[in-house]
Write a protein that binds this ligand. Sequence first.
Ligand code: UDP
Ligand code: MG
Length: 149
Amino acid sequence: MERTFLAIKPDGVQRGLVSEIIGRLEKKGFTLVGLKLLKPSRELAEQHYDVHRERPFFAGLVEFITSGPVVAMVWEGDGVIASARKLIGATNPLNAEPGTIRGDLGINIGRNIIHGSDAPETAQKEVALWFKDEELVNWQPELTRWLRE
Ligand code: UDP
Ligand code: MG
């Protein structure tokens, strides 16, 4: 079953948006299989954003991500990687469609509330970077037959 890595960034936690965000994914029908609150180390943040290492915003981004609690999550379901990206919305909240997390809840690209893996390879890499195998729970919601034909 497909899995993706999502993280509520320090701004989302500080603003009390944790339940709102988890609620949106739950209501959509995806399954939560990993969840923890942590203050990421610099090493973890730098590895996570490694592809952006040469970008001008990299230092500030790492500073921001390590500044406070992050809610790290793994969500499961058919098509969850692309669908979660849609639920999250465009990187710049000012361009994100209403109805998306960033479109409804944010106004600034440097404070865009949530991270979501962008492709199967990055999802796999990020899940492994943030979670040990034993921290993930294999379970089947009883609701499955009401969510999927
Ligand atoms: N970011 C930023 N300024 C920029 C572009 C990106 O602060 O000009 C931050 C922003 O937090 C974004 C993250 O860097 O979420 C990663 O950028 P990416 O293009 O991968 O966006 P995402 O995949 O998060 O939509
Ligand atoms: Mg990205």
